[in-house]
Design a protein around this ligand. Structure first.
Ligand code: BG6
Length: 590
């Protein structure tokens, strides 16, 4: 995760780039940098947030109408001034910003060292700058051709923008496995890792496809070529449907909190026009398009990463129970490197907020080659996964800027629930009465989430009681087991506290040894199947003096009597429980 922004046109580039970096800072904030040219070449880089870069630059005469800028989340080399981007080629002429990882950078670096190149940083990106320089100088080709030739030698993922300090009339951008969008203004162009830094200036954009290199001129039209085949591509200009207000944080402390609070609204959006309890129907356009193949499928294979993978695990319970469909849930990053058995009788479902996660995309490409039907449940309209899949359902959650996914997760769950209920009814694996009950209950879910958010102050208090713990355990069974995984992931990612999620019954096979008075144990103990067993698990934790924070159903007494803290969630049908039980876990924070 890093952020890219670049500009060429008639304006002063620096304010455009700095404003862009501020909008992208959520993508990485261990260092930031900017390169600008007006004949004189200025490169400023600083460890820390964008604000540190601004301080570093203040007072300097920085002027120019072409420039590139980057905010970094370190992959190769520690976060410091030297490893910050932009990186400059050996002869000091080219500057490059890069998102992604060049996997074979060591091999390339070795070859370049043998040719006499020397490197200042520990990054893979600097190696790429030197490789492009080799082609630019030695092959005597245009910058775009030098970039293309260099990229034919590279394995891994990248979104890059390159500028030549001695030719201020063009930028060159390229992507593979990491998104990049070019904004087309009046006599000016922008380029960024997502559209957010661009929409204040223009709504007309071209999303680069994988393995494309794009020449962005100061005047005239952009031109795009495929990297490997070296063929001219026609740019597809699209209108971004994104409002600047959607990108603002408002009065919230941070984006993630804003997005947690948006969940009642986005759940309504995810279900709008797709279900109606009065008339008793669920209608998903994506499924209608591929109805027969979906009905004939031998199994569903769900591929996803991170939080999206957790919604895949919950979907497994939903599809098995309601539609009696065989389901396998795969980490896309593992699946793509295995040799999995996929046939044209499989439906491969990709879950992704961004629609750009490189591993999920690669897993889909592999499944496509094997003839599987590809179905996407993604948030970002027009994203790579949305384009690659045969059919799908958008989440309609609006931009999710907080890196740790929240509203896209519950939105995914609403869609997966609608799919499972719909398919179950079509297959006759659930009766009409249960179908109607679930449809009606899904409509009630947004107001139940709204009510749950009122518990924020109580949850904050509980969080303050456990904030000094070094470790935490999250336990759940059935539908709530993946919720336990998700809760633990959030604590790690947001509060930097080590946490593990476990199926409650597995605790006795090892983790129980860790429980003492310093160990907070979050137990998701709603009143459905396995409730009694979870009560016993809570007893086991208490017997070892663990501190129990229990998520229970309203009116619960058995667990409330033994737990240290309880957070009540409204009652609902079991397959829909995760949409509610995850909310308090999202809100637990330091
Ligand atoms: C991670 C995020 O980097 O990417 C997670 O922290 C997210 O929250 C995961 O779930 C996968 O992203 P996506 O866009 O494919 O859902």
């Amino acid at each position: 995760m890093c952020g890219i922004v670049a500009y060429i046109g008639k304006r002063e580039a620096y304010p455009v780039l700095i404003n862009g970096l501020k909008m992208l800072e959520y993508r990485g904030y261990d260092s930031a940098g900017v390169a600008i040219s007006n004949g004189d070449f200025h490169v400023y880089k600083k460890k820390g947030k964008v604000q540190e870069l601004i301080k570093h630059v203040s007072g300097a005469k920085i002027s120019g109408t072409i420039g590139i800028a980057h905010t970094r989340w370190a992959t190769h080399g520690k976060p410091d001034d030297i490893n910050a981007h932009p990186h400059v080629s050996g002869n000091g002429r080219l500057a490059i910003i890069h998102n992604g990882i060049i996997e074979n950078y060591n091999v390339i670096k070795k070859a370049l060292l043998e040719k006499g190149h020397t490197f200042k940083s520990q990054t893979d990106t600097e190696v790429l700058a030197h490789l492009i320089e080799e082609y630019y100088e030695k092959a005597g080709v245009s910058l775009e051709e030098a970039v293309r030739l260099a990229l034919t030698k590279v394995t891994g993922a990248y979104a890059i923008v390159v500028m030549d300090s001695e030719n201020n009339d063009k930028l060159v951008a390229a992507r593979k496995g990491s998104p990049l969008v070019v904004g087309i203004g009046e006599d000016e162009f922008f380029c960024a890792s997502d559209a957010s830094p661009i929409i204040a200036y223009t709504k007309r954009v071209v999303y680069l496809n994988d393995e494309e290199v794009c020449m962005i001129p100061r005047e005239g039209r952009i031109s795009i070529k495929s990297i490997m085949a070296n063929e001219e591509q026609t740019p597809l200009v699209q209108k971004v449907d994104l409002k600047i207000e959607e990108l603002e944080k408002g009065d919230f402390e941070h984006y993630m909190l804003k997005e947690i609070y948006e969940q009642p609204k986005i759940l309504i959006e995810a279900m709008r026009g797709r279900l109606n309890s009065n008339e008793g129907w669920i209608k998903l356009g994506g499924i209608d398009q591929v109805k027969k193949r979906m009905a004939d499928a031998d199994r569903f294979v769900i591929v996803a990463c991170g939080t999206s993978w957790h919604s895949g695990l919950i979907a497994e319970y939903m599809f098995e129970e309601l539609a009696r469909t065989q389901v396998e849930v795969e980490y896309a990053s593992e699946f793509r490197y295995r040799n999995p058995i996929i046939t044209d009788r499989d439906v491969v479902i990709a879950l992704s907020q961004s629609g750009e996660t490189a591993d999920t995309l690669a897993a889909l490409e592999m499944a496509k080659k094997n003839g599987a039907l590809l179905y996407g449940i993604v948030n970002v309209v027009g994203s790579s996964i949305a384009r690659l899949t045969d059919a799908g359902s958008y989440i309609h959650a609006g931009p999710e800027i907080g890196v740790a996914s929240t509203k896209a997760f519950t939105g995914q769950l609403a869609i997966l629930a609608m799919m499972a209920i719909h398919l179950g009814y079509e297959k006759g694996t659930i009766p009409r009465s249960y179908y109607n009950q679930l449809v009606a209950e899904l409509e009630n879910i947004p107001s139940k989430v709204e009510k749950l958010l009122e518990a924020d102050a109580q949850i904050k208090y509980i969080a303050s009681e456990i904030k000094d713990a070094n470790n935490a355990l999250y336990l759940g069974r059935g539908y709530n087991f993946p919720v336990a995984l998700e809760g633990a992931l959030k604590l790690k990612e947001i509060s930097y506290i080590h946490a593990e999620g476990y199926p409650a019954a597995e605790m006795k096979h090892g983790p129980i040894a860790l429980i003492d008075e310093n160990m907070p144990v979050v137990v998701i103990a709603t009143n459905k199947s396995s409730y009694e067993k979870v009560v016993s698990n809570v007893q086991e934790v208490k017997a070892r003096k663990g501190k129990v924070i229990a998520i229970v159903t309203e009116g619960d007494t058995a667990i409330s009597e033994i737990a240290d803290y309880t957070i009540e969630i409204p009652d609902t049908d079991e397959p829909l429980t995760p949409i509610l039980s995850v909310i308090p876990l999202q809100l637990i924070r330091k």
